[in-house]
Design a protein. Structure first.
Length: 329
């Protein structure tokens, strides 16, 4: 009798543990500096869901959006290297202070569209992988931002018409472009852009289409010029020690899903760009497609910006630059 009871208890305990959900073998806190509704944050959440499903919950990635983990961006190469966070997205040009080669992705007018931006990143990827390894991490995928265009109160169809513009810019390259065409750059926080446009402090803005929607530019501006001055990109990196602690099958799964996510994000962002532009058009903004002559003139007048960068660029960056130009010429 006692033996029967013992057997029944053992069966009951086994059944209880079998029914209980299994805890993840590894849980990573992933960092995103972008807000929860940003397409990069959403992409990371999709990636995390794919990883959890593909590993049957053995690897769980918890995405912390909006800089909730305390990181602002420029320090993220160090943070991932030191294992302060096992996985993070980071603006590639944003960490270029630690690795100058990364600046190549936002050289003005180096690429003309998403296709060329992807070609540049494909060209740079073997070199970027080496840099990531140097910093004790591995790139899982790279995804773009919509291209930066010019939003203005007046229609621009030539470089000469850009002279005198008072333009809000968000980085050094943008400011250099405005100066090169004879305008005046203003480094304003986004919270001050609308009022500055309304009062006439500035008359134009360099930014992407999602920002045009967020800023309700149709209330204070008239034209959007999709110049693709720069096309910024994010990379999602994992700490190499954390990655190497995973079994080979899980490592392969992460790499495979990273490649899939990269394709998804490039397609998604190209579509997002057009969707946001359409919203602006519906509210009164007129899109002014740039002529080939305008783009050629802009490349010409900004050649000095690229040349100055190239002169001081590391040999690796110079190789990427040369290989890319060979592919597009």
């Amino acid at each position: 009798m006692k033996r029967t009871i013992a057997v029944l208890l053992a069966v009951a305990v086994l059944a209880l543990f079998s029914a209980a959900p299994c805890a993840a073998a590894a849980t990573w806190n992933a960092n995103s500096v972008w807000p929860p509704n940003n397409h990069h944050t959403i992409g990371m959440q999709e990636f995390a869901a794919k990883v959890k499903a593909a590993t049957n919950g053995e690897l769980e990635i918890v995405v912390n959006a909006g800089g909730a983990l305390g990181y602002k961006g420029p320090e993220l190469l160090k943070a991932v290297r030191d294992g302060l966070v096992p996985l993070s997205d980071m603006l590639i040009s944003g960490v270029a202070g630690d690795e100058k080669t990364f600046q190549i992705v936002t050289l003005p007018f180096l690429v003309e569209d998403f296709q060329q931006a992807r070609l540049l990143l494909d060209t740079a990827r073997p070199y970027f992988d080496k840099l990531a390894a140097k910093w004790g991490q591995k790139i899982l995928y790279i995804a773009p931002w919509p291209g930066a265009g010019l939003w203005a109160k007046r229609k621009i169809v030539s470089v000469e018409q850009m002279a005198g513009l008072k333009t809000r810019t968000y980085d050094k390259n943008g400011a250099l472009v405005v100066e090169a065409v004879g305008g005046t750059p203003y480094a304003l926080p986004f919270s001050e852009v609308y009022s500055s446009l309304a009062t006439g402090l500035i008359d134009s803005v360099i930014t992407s289409t999602p920002t045009g929607v967020d800023g309700k530019f149709w209330e204070v501006l008239n034209y959007y010029h999709p110049l693709n001055i720069t096309i910024a990109t994010d990379m999602v990196n994992v700490n190499l020690r954390a990655f190497q602690k995973l079994d080979k099958q899980t490592q392969d799964t992460l790499v495979r899903l990273g490649k899939e996510m990269e394709d998804i994000m490039w397609e998604k962002v190209a579509r997002l760009d057009k969707e946001k532009e359409a919203i602006c058009n519906e509210n009164g903004i007129e899109t002014v497609p740039p002529s080939k002559a305008l783009l050629e003139d802009l490349k010409r007048v900004t050649e000095g910006i690229r040349a100055d960068w190239l002169e001081d660029a590391p040999p690796m960056a110079q190789k990427i630059y040369a290989e890319f130009l060979q592919k597009v010429q």
